[in-house]
Design a binder for this molecule. Sequence first.
Ligand code: IVH
Length: 675
Amino acid sequence: MKKKEIEKKYKGYIENLRKYNLSYFDKSDPLVSDSDYDKLKRDILDLEKQYKYLKSNNSPSILIGHKPSKNFKKLPHRVPMLSLGNAFSEEDLINFEKKITNFLSKNEGYEISYCAEPKIDGISASLTYVNGVLEKGLSRGDGKEGEDITRNLSTIKDIPKKILSKNFPEEIDIRGEVFIQNSDFENLKDKFANPRNAASGSLRQKNPEDTKKIPLKFIAYTFGFEKGLNADNQFDYLKKLDSWGFKTNPLNKLISGVKNLIKNYNEIEKKRSNLDFDIDGVVYKVNDFNLQKRLGYVANAPRWAVAHKFSSNKAVSEIKDIEIQIGRTGALTPVAKIKPINIGGVQVSNATLHNEDEIIRKDIRIGDTVTVERAGDVIPHVISVDILKRKNTSKKFIFPKKCPCGYETIKDFNKITKKFDAVRRCPDRGFECNRIAKEKLKHFVSKEAFNIDGFGKKIVEKFWELNLIKLPQDIFKLDYGKIEKLDGWGKLSADNLRYSVDEKKQISLERFIYSLGIRHIGLENAKLLSRYFGSFQKLKNLPKKNNYNDLLNIDGIGETQLVSIKNFFSKDINLKILNELDKVLNIKNAKAVNTRGLLKDKSFLVTGKLNNISRAEVKSLIEENSGTTVSSVSKKLNYLITGEKPTKKKINSAKALKIKIIDQDEFLKMLNKTS
Ligand code: IVH
């Protein structure tokens, strides 16, 4: 943009803000929604940040004392603030523990000690201390960067401003939860829907004096970056937090064995209603920091921790109708339209019935009285039917065999279980079925994919109906002139959308692959593929080179993913989409992970069982140190690592190709480690 255009744009924004402020503050008549108002302020600040010459006395950077502002400076977290995987049942916990023991290559009986901590439902914050002095306080934000809310956090009494203890680390990010006690919330009930909103709202006041008026509390439970922390397990760390003057949860406990975790969970659940703060589960963390380090992370959650959520809230309602929803992967999901009911503070009017078999198994009919469950953030689902309340008028639901697009649906045959899937699908022919196409577009713009601000599911639906978007590339070639004239839009909103869309034309290869919505390619697999291909061009050349089977060399990519990727590339429409997207996007090459590690340019393959270390861990170790893993012996292989009972064929082929054969000790020596 030229300087003149930028100034014009900026002046337009400022003028709109002035109008909105006037109407809001002087006439108590808001012209726009809160989110549009905030977005406008953000846009102004962003422009000012980018073009330093822009200035106005009406800028939100100068004006104070108006609406609580959500404009805080964004700063990166030195160590990302991750989220946690969820567990809802004993079975989930058993699986969680199994994955850990497998990863660590331990027998099932191996005892793992966990730190069990009640999960407070508040707002997490990260406090940076340098030489014992509180320097900075950030909100979680998107986990990578948070908002600088230091001044607001400083008003919280539980947060020490200076720590004199001798053993306090030279530098540390102390992390924990900001929350409001239920008794204090009583006085704020009129202003906020629940204690969590109250905590979040008060923490993000522009004026820290406003935050100070709210009795916020802080409980510490983990850390991010650290220098000089002397603790080798979580429980010890919690004790240290106490001694440094932080509040920790008095119900934290050291426990081992799934049975004991469940016992503690039940006890805490019983105490739940008597606690003065809201908790929504118990967090289990592998206690030993060394084990935590070995276990590492999957996507954006640690492998070494899980949140065991409290069982859902249930309520009884009536099924008014059953509708079929078509998902991005073509799955036909029956959804019960129920008489709206409040379950745990949330109004629920839809509940999933999962699939055809489930409806038959539970004999669910339209008109039935059913129990609906809402667990955590999971979609509410029907758990049972009250047969005694069944009316004569109740109607059986005939599951459609055709998709609304007219195509016959199919059930996939699972080669492993030798059974047909319970889920019926509309075969994906690449953007031909309108419903699948719309869902794919929703996925494309979603948070973990392109994450286009203000481009939500409703906009996708609307633009689709108006023929503004049919394929992903259309999103980047929108007719903003048309959009501006749509009902409820206008120049400002259209400009904002253009800004958000343009901002996302640069994307990492990993996010890009994920956004394509290839079945079985979630965040984790997208990351693996991105590392493997390195660049968009290499990904695009896959069908030309026809070397799909090489993908099996990627640890983590199996036959299922391979078939799905092949399917994707076999459709001309997908190849066209890739070409078109290539023209409008700047897809960044994958960042090589630590390219200067000890195993740089070396490839490895393991055969046989290693001692005390699983394949998955060996793979992480190799990758952390810039090496690669392959899945067969070929000229590309540099080292064959042999364990107990190796495959003779692999050894013979390696010998024939003069590949170095090493044992576990020799491998660890390459990393300056011993077993
Ligand atoms: S540990 C990687 N410990 O739960 C470790 N989180 O879903 C991540 N939370 O954002 C955090 N109590 O807001 C941890 N004792 C506890 C917690 C806790 C509550 C929240 C926190 C976090 C979310 C993760």
